[in-house]
Design a protein around this ligand. Structure first.
Ligand SMILES: Nc1ncnc2c1ncn2[C@@H]1O[C@H](COP(=O)(O)OP(=O)(O)OP(=O)(O)O)[C@@H](O)[C@H]1O
Ligand SMILES: NCC(=O)N[C@@H]1O[C@H](COP(=O)([O-])[O-])[C@@H](O)[C@H]1O
Ligand SMILES: [Mg+2]
Length: 391
């Protein structure tokens, strides 16, 4: 029984997506004796290294996804990324399988149109101005209204794929091409939105659990090409801004429903908080919580999913994470400088052991605790820079 007692062999959880975030979720599930089935598009994905069993399938393929779910009969399905056929999740949920946080939320959030319309139109939250377009012509018309700079993104994409900040007409062709080439599942609809010149951006990790809504301290982060490079916690904010952010996050999380961690992304400009998007699962910038809190975002996710109370969240102080990003092509990835990196006090290193690299890929993360944000960031970056990826 979820939330009351755990019996040996009673709960089987299936992770859809088995990257670095899923690996930590798998570890936390296993701390409670849960059987873990890891699924992803490639073999030897990080969470597969420690799962009880694993399967390699295209999770966008309805038949393949249904077949693996039928074969394993999990009690809980935990989406870990966005490239999933969410219609299948809706179906299996109707047969009684628990989908985290629920199938509707996974559907709404994997499509920028779903979550943006919910936030801006239904919940009335402040967002950048936006238009959805189906052709280059429509895109050009939308940009005429929005002005420069603006941001173009496929409605189906993550980690900055297919995203361009458009500053002049000269970029129209390239921005459209990139949005079509790098969209998940191929060509399609895009969003054109105002570029917000924010003071800083945050992820507000919000946990919805049996004992209510809980917040982690806000996480600040720096992005490059739509992908995160460093994050830190706590991000300094006024009490008023924290209050507005929490109210916004509560509205979004309650409206999506279900239990789990939600990474609510927001832009802060002056005394205004813009809602950007939300992940109904742990967030990459939240990897900092592996060092900054007594319960990481992964531990919190698992508690909430299993129907256990979160209780309290103890934050240890100024913390940071810096990603270990590599560029190249190899199926034999090695690391040098680990010994030297580990000499830095108050730090930790996670190497994900991804089996191959084809272009740019995040292969690890450095974590640090210190007595102020800058020092934590410097430490984390020093550790990440010390480790050299060798092919
Ligand atoms: N309208 C905007 N104004 C200013 N910056 C933006 C805007 N939209 C996106 N960005 C920048 O690009 C980053 C990535 O954007 P977004 O989160 O929408 O992309 P994503 O592909 O969903 O990334 P992820 O999956 O990692 O969350 C943001 O964190 C922010 O730094
Ligand atoms: N912003 C989303 C995010 O960080 N997702 C994390 O990255 C993995 C994919 O990495 P890969 O592209 O190297 O396979 C995902 O499986 C998830 O853990
Ligand atoms: Mg984002």
């Amino acid at each position: 029984m979820i939330g009351t007692a755990l019996c040996k062999n009673s709960i089987k959880a299936m992770l859809l997506g088995s990257g670095e975030l899923g690996k930590e979720v798998a570890i936390e599930l296993q701390r409670y004796g849960i059987e873990v089935i890891a699924v992803d598009r490639y073999a030897n994905a990080p969470a597969m290294h420690i799962a009880h069993r694993s399967h390699v399938i295209d999770m966008m393929d309805s038949a393949a996804l249904k077949s693996v779910i039928a074969q394993e009969s999990p009690n809980i399905i935990i989406p870990e990324l966005e490239a999933i056929n969410t219609q299948v999740l809706v179906e299996v949920e109707s047969f009684g399988v628990k989908v985290v946080p629920n199938a509707k939320a996974t559907q709404l959030t994997m499509n920028r149109e779903g979550i943006r319309r919910l936030a801006a139109n239904t919940l009335g939250l402040l967002t950048s101005r936006f238009f959805f377009c189906d052709s280059k012509k429509e895109m050009e018309k939308a940009i005429t209204t929005i002005g420069f700079p603006c941001v173009i993104k496929p409605i189906m994409s993550s980690s900055g794929h297919g995203q361009t900040v458009v500053k002049s007409e000269l970029q129209f062709d390239a921005a459209w091409e990139v949005s079509q080439e790098d969209a998940r599942g191929g060509k399609g609809r895009i969003i054109v939105e105002d570029f917000i010149e924010f003071d800083y951006e945050i992820t507000l990790l919000t946990v919805s659990a049996v004992d209510g809504i809980h917040f982690c301290e806000p996480i600040g982060h720096r992005q490059e090409d739509g992908d995160y490079r460093e994050s830190w916690q706590p991000q300094q904010m006024t009490n008023e801004l924290i209050q507005i952010s929490r109210e916004m996050a509560t509205k979004v999380v309650k409206s999506l429903g279900g239990f789990g961690v939600f990474g609510v992304e927001m832009f802060i400009k002056g005394d205004q908080v813009y809602f950007s998007e939300v992940s109904p699962r742990p967030h990459d910038t939240g990897m900092v919580t592996l060092i900054s809190q007594d319960k990481s975002e992964f531990a919190l996710h698992v508690r909430a999913i299993l129907g256990f109370p979160v209780g309290s969240i103890l934050q240890y102080g100024h913390s940071a994470s810096a990603v270990l990003l590599a560029d190249g092509h190899s199926v034999n990835i090695g690391f040098e400088g680990v010994r030297e990196a580990l000499l830095e006090a108050g730090t930790q290193l996670r190497l994900f052991a991804k089996p191959e690299i084809n272009g740019q890929r995040r292969l690890g993360v450095a974590l640090a605790l210190s007595d102020n944000t800058q020092s934590a960031l410097d430490k984390a970056k020093r550790v990440a820079e010390q480790v050299k990826v060798i092919f």
